[in-house]
Design a protein around this ligand. Sequence first.
Ligand code: ADE
Length: 249
Amino acid sequence: MTTAILSALPEEQSGLVGRLDHARRVTHAGRAFWEGELHGKPVVLALSGIGKVAAATTATVLAERFRVARVVFTGVAGGVGEGVRVGDVVVARDYVQHDMDASPLFERWRVPGYPGVRLPCDAALTAHLSGAVSACLAGEITDFHTHADGRPPRLHEGLMASGDRFVTCAQVSRALRDPLVAAGHDVLAVEMEGAAVAQVCLDYGMPFAAVRTISDRADDDAHVDFPLFIQTVASRYADHIVRHLLKSL
Ligand code: ADE
């Protein structure tokens, strides 16, 4: 039962690769995949690439070539939901592709051929992932980001949105979020890959779960907050969460 662990950026993956036992690097479709054991469990580590198409290719290789049993995405996202702050953690229950619009032929945001606007994550794997995040936030708080007001980082669970756009302006963030919320889709965070991986995992019947740490608020400061967070805390979050998750599987 091999678990695939996907990261979006090398900075988020480096700690995991460093801890891999019996590491073997395999190249396929122009991508590097790391097979080995992490905390005693068989894993494949991969970079998703940036954007929906790159992530879909990586997920397809994980299904076709590596025949993994499940896929877990750890990465960062821009917080757009109320109270979703830098350093908080979001576990996805489901995904929407915020840049999919085949209306009026199909409902806005719905990927034609799929049952609804929301692409669900696997409930059981997601419960394991939420448990792992809660254990981290309760136990290793010092290694996590603390807000300037002293508030500890929080876990949020719900809808995440993906699209081929890095959101760096409050106006764009509102234009993306407000119509979704008005249609009953209260989106918590935005990133660029998860919904594509969710779609491929549905196609192959592979359980999928995703966790994203909030690196920025998808606003006018995002271009400063994002690289700072990536360089300083992102890989520590990924290390702790993956360790707790693999132990629980
Ligand atoms: N990933 C992290 N921050 C993001 C943002 N602001 N927009 C899109 N993807 C992101």
